[in-house]
Ligand binder design. Structure first.
Ligand code: SAH
Length: 333
């Protein structure tokens, strides 16, 4: 691993800027029809709030941020995101960061044209998990209108639009086998992913227990087993793909207090401190047991890098932290 990506850990401030979503993924706490989310808990941060979080990432030396939200494809939303991207790129330039913050977008399936527009506006990495590449599992986890084939087409469009491509899966989905996970890794290679974000499958807060059971999407293994399997999957991806970025995700920490450190030890090289304002965090609970819901964003900004330090890993300061796999494309971005 050191040979492929070095020992340094790259940081991206993770801003969950809206929980409004037009999708209905059964495992997700912000799905359109989540009974746990009252209409008044749906939010979109203002442009100024987003810029404030970007400033915080810049000042903390993160060098990069990830903008994540529920999925919306309406023109009003896309224009809003475009405007925000342009402002972040303009307003976060410093002598240490002459091209402004590096930006990863994570706002779901969009059209080819929209991917292009958002790339032009300044995002240069895009994260869209395939969730699982086994058709039957994908169907069990999503309503019939959401299709694996469309997800894969979107991933191809992202790549062709010039972004560094991130994808990933949930690990420990009921019915998922190690063969499935091996197939997922093959898929990562075929799609030529530059970044991988994966985490254990967790109890959804998007559906009542009876419906989780009747849809057969209650986790079948205990948390310890899912943690071990997730860590092994990280190690397998590192060995198979070598020079990609791999995130030690928040979901690992939901399963074990030191899950993210363990992720780094097994081969991950990216951490994403949450910079979402404290009072909005409970509205972005994707799964049960999500950590750091009570924290203020400043707390995560200092706690997360300290996790790398605790296991003796240096953190990159003021860098975009692109994966070596992205090669020349990162230079021209
Ligand atoms: N709308 C954006 C962000 C989705 S939430 C998008 O489509 O990319 C980000 C990720 O959280 C999802 O891709 C999913 O893998 C993960 N997630 C959601 N619910 C989860 C659960 N119950 N267990 C584990 N991971 C979950």
């Amino acid at each position: 691993m050191r040979r492929a990506v070095g020992s340094a850990v790259s940081l991206r401030g993770l801003l969950e800027f809206s929980n409004i979503c037009s999708c209905d993924c059964y495992y997700c706490g912000i799905r359109k029809s989540a009974p746990s989310l009252a209409p008044e808990s749906r939010f979109t941060l203002t442009e100024d709030e987003i810029l404030r979080a970007a400033g915080q990432c810049r000042d903390a030396g993160f060098g990069s941020m990830t903008l994540q939200s529920g999925e919306r494809t309406d023109e009003h939303f896309i224009r809003f995101v475009e405007g925000v991207l342009r402002r972040i790129k303009r307003e976060t330039r410093t002598s240490a960061l002459p091209r402004g913050l590096g930006i990863t977008l994570c706002i779901g399936e969009q059209s080819r044209e929209v991917y292009r527009r958002l790339y032009e506006a300044g995002a240069h990495r895009y994260l869209l998990r395939v969730e699982t590449t086994r058709e039957e599992l994908f169907r069990r986890l999503h309503p019939p209108t959401q299709r694996l084939e469309a997800r894969i087409k979107a991933l191809e469009a992202i790549k062709e639009s010039g972004y560094q491509l991130g994808t990933g899966v949930m690990i420990g989905i009921p019915g998922q086998t190690t063969d499935d996970l091996a197939g997922d890794i093959e898929f990562f290679r075929e799609i030529d992913a530059d970044m991988i974000g994966m985490g254990p499958y967790l109890e959804s807060c998007g559906l009542p227990d009876e419906e989780l059971a009747s849809r057969r999407i209650v986790p079948e293994t205990d948390r310890g087993e899912r943690l071990t399997l997730s860590l092994r999957m990280i190690a397998a991806v590192r060995i198979a793909l070598e020079d990609v970025n791999i995130a030690a995700t928040t979901a690992l920490q939901a399963i074990s207090p030191t899950g993210r450190e363990a992720g780094l030890s097994y081969g991950a090289n990216v951490l994403m401190p949450i910079v979402t304002p404290g009072q909005r965090r409970s509205g972005y609970q994707l799964y049960r047991g999500k950590p750091c819901l009570d924290e203020e964003s400043e707390a995560c900004s200092s706690c997360t890098p300290a996790r790398a330090a605790r296991i003796g890993r240096p953190v990159t300061v003021n860098g975009w932290g692109d994966a070596p796999h992205a090669g020349v494309r990162s230079v021209s971005a």
